[in-house]
Design a protein around this ligand. Structure first.
Ligand SMILES: NC(=O)c1ccc[n+]([C@@H]2O[C@H](COP(=O)([O-])OP(=O)(O)OC[C@H]3O[C@@H](n4cnc5c(N)ncnc54)[C@H](OP(=O)(O)O)[C@@H]3O)[C@@H](O)[C@H]2O)c1
Length: 336
């Protein structure tokens, strides 16, 4: 139980499944979170593609027709006195510049940034970092590095001084699920269909199967761990295609499991490979089932550190944003 030392208003951009879950969770859990973490979080405004709404204390988000036209973000941040700008807009190339510009506006006004949006992190990392440092603010990206899997926290802070020199990751649950179905004899088409039926795969799973999504998350983890600029990272990815079926079955016949493993190594700077590798019993990546994710941080002296679990869902991403929002606003001293 903490002493509640203050309030932290949040301006949220993006009201899709992740943004809605974020608002709903903070609304429902606000008192409990305040008691536990010492800060009362409140969503003060929500912005979407063309409209926005301002929320008075404790007020639910009004129906969309009652929202007003979008005003400038700077004005919105000043008007609300927000301490956090939360981003849950699409991670699409089309929105990259806007997502970067808005994060920079927030940081430039001494507002922390918490994001589940990935695109601008890949292209504007150095600029974002520079402005955040100049304004003594922080950027937290847990929602962009595997939803509720806290791999980003480990990469950024949890392994400091432990000598982590490699990252092996299966941070994309869809591709692991698909490879396991292929190993059972399903066709790629059927495996993807099964993933969609289970709500695991998006309508378009191409970035899951191409290795792009795994590479993106691993670029971000490597940036947090070793200070790489994600924009400079070369990606070498082997996609999961029709040819993967026989390879997955061949591995299964010998008690192994084929995994799409994203690898980054400190001694091979600015390269991320996504390989189709056979994994053996005892390997944490072999143990994954269905849509589970895991990251193995190789620490030769300290011993490897594995993080797995954490839901890959809009709620999982929203909870990661809640965690980051608490982290940047809650009072910190003593054990906190
Ligand atoms: N879904 C997941 O499980 C998951 C997990 C981890 C990370 N993420 C990341 O989280 C982010 C949000 O994902 P999502 O699934 O909630 O929804 P999404 O479909 O990526 O985003 C939809 C929301 O973004 C808004 N939007 C679009 N363009 C905008 C703009 N220019 N300015 C402000 N808002 C804009 C839309 O506005 P309108 O309502 O007006 O259309 C809508 O509210 C994505 O970047 C995604 O990669 C998602």
């Amino acid at each position: 139980m903490s002493e509640i030392s203050g309030r932290a208003d949040v301006v949220l951009s993006g009201y899709g499944p992740v943004g809605r879950s974020f608002v709903e969770h903070l609304g429902r859990e606000r008192d409990a979170l305040a008691r536990r973490h010492g800060v009362r979080l409140r969503v003060a405004a929500v912005r979407a593609s063309a409209t926005q709404c301002l929320l008075r204390d404790g007020e639910p988000v009004p129906p969309r027709p009652a929202w007003g036209p979008l005003t400038s973000l700077a004005e919105m941040l000043d008007r609300t006195g927000a301490r956090v700008f939360a981003q849950a807009v699409p991670s699409s190339p089309e929105l990259r510049e806007q997502a970067a510009a808005e994060a920079l506006i927030a940081l430039g006004r001494d507002v922390h940034v918490v994001t589940a949006t990935k695109s601008h992190l890949l292209s504007h990392w150095r600029q974002l970092d520079g402005v955040a440092r100049a304004h003594d603010r922080t950027i937290r990206i847990s929602g962009a590095t595997g939803a509720a899997l806290p791999a980003g926290d480990l990469a950024r802070a949890g392994l400091r001084g432990l000598g982590c020199d490699s990252i092996r990751a299966c941070p994309n649950g869809t591709v692991t699920f698909v490879l396991d179905r292929l190993a059972e004899g399903a066709s790629l088409r059927d495996a993807v269909r099964a993933a969609r039926r289970r709500g695991i795969a998006e309508a378009d799973p191409s970035s899951d199967l191409s290795g792009d999504d795994s590479a993106t998350k691993t670029r971000l983890l490597a940036a947090l761990a070793w200070g790489w600029d994600p924009a400079e990272v070369r990606v070498d990815a082997v996609p999961v295609d029709d040819g993967a079926g026989p390879v997955a079955r061949h591995a299964a016949d010998r008690g192994r499991r084929l995994r799409a493993v994203a690898v980054a190594r400190a001694d091979e700077p600015l390269v991320v490979r996504v390989e189709l590798s056979e994994t053996e019993p005892g390997d944490p990546l072999h143990a994954l089932a269905g849509p589970e994710k895991a990251v193995v941080f190789g620490c030769p002296d300290a011993g490897d550190v594995v993080v797995s679990g954490g839901r890959s869902s809009p709620l999982g991403a929203a909870l990661a944003m809640v965690k980051d929002t608490i982290e940047v606003t809650a009072p910190r001293a003593g054990f906190a």
